[in-house]
Every structure is written in C-alpha cells, then in structure tokens.
Ligand binder design. Structure first.
Ligand SMILES: C[S@@+](CC[C@H](N)C(=O)[O-])C[C@H]1O[C@@H](n2cnc3c(N)ncnc32)[C@H](O)[C@@H]1O
Length: 246
C-alpha cells in the first residue's frame, strides 16, 4: 500500500471511474465517498444497529482481529483468489477495513481495493486505519452496488449477508460486478448441523438476522454466470466460492 495525502483520496478518485452513475459533486468530507448521504433507510436489525454505532464498530474491530487469529476459518481465502498485482478487488460490507487493506496489499500500488459499507462509524475507522492511494472506501448499500458491470477481478463478502433482509440481492450484485474469470468468496457466520440450524432459526428472528443456505447462495451465483468451486458448511461458518465464466 502507498500512503496518500488526504487519506484514500486518490483511491476514491480512481473508484469514481468505476461507478455506473458518478455524482457531479462527490461527497468525500470524511475520507470515504458517501453515496448515501442522509438517504432514508429501513431501520436496521439489532445486530446491524450495533455495527452502525461507535461503540459497536470499535468492539467489532477488536473482536474480529482476535477471532481471526484464533479461528482461521474466519479468514478470507486470500491465497486461492488469484489476486494479482494491478488487479481490482471489492470488499462488500468492509466493516473496519482490515480485509480491504489486505486485498490492497495483494493487488499492489497499481491495483485498487475498495470497501463498501453502510455504516458511517465503520467507514470512519476504515479510513483512519487503512485508507491509502490504492485502498479506498465507499458508503453505499451493497444491495445496489454503484459500480458498472464487470469491473472487479475479485469480490469478497465476509460476515455480511446475515445482516441484510434480502441477502441474495447482494450475492447477485457480487456476480454482476465480477469480470469474466473473476473470483468471489462469500462467508456467512451460520451454525451447521440439524441442531445448529434449528438454533440459528430460533435466534435469527429476534436478532434481526437472515441465514441464507449454501444452496440458495449457489443458485443465485450460478444463475448469474458463476461456477461454484467450493461450498462448505462447518460448525460455525458457511463458505461459498466461485469463478465467473470467462
Ligand atoms: C460483521 S461486519 C463484517 C465486516 C468485514 N467484512 C469483516 O469480515 O471483518 C458486517 C458489515 O456489513 C455492513 N453491512 C450490513 N448491511 C450492509 C449493506 N446492505 N450494504 C453494505 N454493507 C452492509 C455492516 O455495516 C458491517 O460493517
């Protein structure tokens, strides 16, 4: 990663070229490109509301780095994503930005790694800690990604789908923005096994969580031209990875 003057400004300027409908006067006063502004949004569920608060985003930031150190299954499969120097990578629901930053290291100074999130507090942390000339952040709803079709070599979406009432729209969007031959990696914290599934169903409603199955995710990916290369439900985590037809 390179350092940029105003943090991430150069990356944001490069991101503008990938937008389907770039704003005439981009709002970047917090270091990220804000495409939502004060737009009315449906009230988030309790867990998402936590991630949108200052305390919650700080808590998540510390917890995720600790958890990723202990449970390697929570880490994205960086080595199998075919990340190349000068490539483009999108991290959907980037949270505090650590995964986006690692994608930035893989694609190098000539590449571009972008994180998209709805949470202003998460985005402020991400900009503070990771924004650079090739790592930038955008405030947008992943159910309607602002990018043109086929502009990313790699898309990651880690621990996000469970927070969104219509999670499969994000899966379709991830496939849409992938270039032919591009790779997508999805991870959902989701209990496996019959008992785990039943427990998940009981908790999900009150917590405002949605738990798509591997089959549901795979169906949307394949319907959008992505071949599934890996799909596995472990005790706590569901992972689905695919490659877009060339
Ligand atoms: C549990 S955090 C995961 C962060 C990061 N992917 C990671 O693995 O560390 C989930 C993130 O998804 C974001 N998110 C939830 N709904 C979203 C949406 N519709 N569009 C974009 N981001 C969303 C949340 O604000 C939060 O920052």
């Amino acid at each position: 990663m390179d350092d940029a003057g105003p943090r991430g400004q150069e990356a944001v300027e490069r991101a503008l070229r990938l937008l389907a409908d770039p704003p005439g006067e981009p709002e970047t006063s917090h270091g990220y490109l804000d495409l939502l502004g004060a737009a009315e949004r449906r009230k988030p569920g309790p867990v998402q509301a936590l991630w949108e608060s200052n305390g919650g985003s700080a808590l998540y930031d510390s917890a995720q780095s600790l958890a990723r150190g202990v449970f390697t299954t929570l880490n994205p499969p960086f080595s199998t994503l075919g990340l190349e120097q000068a490539g483009t990578a999108l991290d959907i629901g980037s949270g505090p930005g650590s995964v986006t930053s690692t994608l930035g290291r893989y694609v190098g100074a000539r590449g571009l790694a972008l994180g998209v999130d709805v949470s202003e507090s998460m985005l402020r942390r991400a900009v503070r800690d990771y924004a650079s000339a090739n790592v930038g952040f955008i405030r947008a709803d992943a159910r309607r990604l602002p990018f043109r079709d086929a502009c990313f070599d790699v898309v990651t979406c880690l621990a996000v789908l469970q927070l969104v009432p219509d999670p499969l729209t994000i899966v379709a969007e991830a496939a849409r923005v992938l270039v032919p031959g591009g790779k997508v990696a999805i991870m959902v914290p989701s209990p496996g096994g019959r008992m785990g599934r039943r427990l998940g169903e009981l908790i999900a409603g009150p917590a405002g969580l949605w738990l798509p199955t591997a089959d549901e995710i795979a169906e949307v990916l394949t319907g959008n031209g992505v071949t599934i290369v890996h799909s596995r439900q472990s005790a706590l985590v569901l992972r689905v990875e695919g490659t877009k037809a060339g």
